[in-house]
Design a protein around this ligand. Structure first.
Ligand SMILES: [Zn+2]
Ligand SMILES: [Zn+2]
Length: 275
């Protein structure tokens, strides 16, 4: 097996078409500067209604056309891919992309969308309103939804599996070390582990100052290894300055969780390389 010393790809990146700070071309130029061989865009899918952090229905078409153009323009320097980060409850066509990341950023309670990724105050408010203040019930509901991810698409990547822990270093919304929490997370992981998608190790919350370690938590990564799941590394990049955020340390982190290989995108699909 080929062995990797540096990870030179990122398949989870956002542009101004959703909630990213840069244009796609700015991101590509930065990726070339970093010596990347592949850069994949994964705009946030349209949910069926306007949200500040997703692409619009119209913007989605412009996004696809622009990435197609840039793919041609930079073909000799870098492999540009047009992907989509598909929120599982989106209302938008899923066809026409190089790959799909399946993510759960929120779920529905009595017809109201509960957001897990917005900000800590709104998460706390939702825990109060929908779960009687019981954070563990919120966590279990998140994983009950996450477990059904493949009902919504044949995803190539499972995005930030334990996203709901985004704010847990700041405040204990639920006890992430408890058996009750771990069992709920593991149950969802077992449900998804036989799917064809690779699991993402995501440093995005580090670049934005919410966390000091990547998603997912080590106990989940270790279980992924045991279950034979494959992984990729991304920085869920919203700013070109963080395209390879914490990549070096993350490879160490992945090794420490028992992995001796990761996946990279090559010739239209994922292949494993040693680390
Ligand atoms: Zn996401
Ligand atoms: Zn993302």
């Amino acid at each position: 097996m080929q062995k990797l010393t540096e990870y030179k790809q990122n398949l989870h990146t956002h542009t101004r078409y959703c909630d990213g700070n840069n244009t796609a071309e700015e991101m590509i130029l930065r990726a070339i500067e970093l010596g990347f061989d592949t850069l994949g865009f994964s705009g946030h899918s349209y949910l069926g209604f306007e949200m500040s952090w997703t692409m619009s229905a119209e913007g989605t078409e412009k996004y696809k056309a622009e990435i197609r153009e840039l793919k041609k323009k930079y073909a000799s320097r870098i492999n540009v891919l047009c992907g989509l980060e598909y929120d599982m409850y989106s209302q938008t066509p899923i066809e026409g992309y190089d790959y799909l990341i399946g993510s759960c950023h929120g779920f529905y309670m009595n017809g109201t969308r509960v957001e897990c990724d917005s900000n800590i105050e709104s998460v706390k408010q939702d825990i109060k309103e929908f779960f009687g203040g019981d954070g563990m019930k919120y966590a279990k509901e998140y994983y009950r939804n996450m477990a059904k991810l493949y009902d919504y698409g044949d995803f190539d990547v499972v995005g930030h599996f334990d996203l709901l822990t985004k704010y847990c270093e700041q405040e204990e919304l639920f006890d992430v070390n408890s058996l009750e929490y771990k069992n709920a997370a593991l149950e969802a992981l077992h449900a998804l582990s036989s799917g064809r998608g690779v699991f993402e190790i995501n440093t995005g919350a580090i670049s934005r100052g919410y966390r000091t370690t990547p998603y997912p938590a080590p106990f989940l990564l270790k279980e992924m290894k045991t279950l034979g799941c494959r992984v990729i590394l991304t920085s869920d990049c919203h700013d070109k300055n963080f395209l390879d955020c914490e990549y070096k340390n993350s490879l160490e982190f992945i090794r420490a969780c028992g992995f001796d290989s990761v996946c990279v995108w090559e010739n239209g699909g994922f292949c494993e390389v040693g680390i």
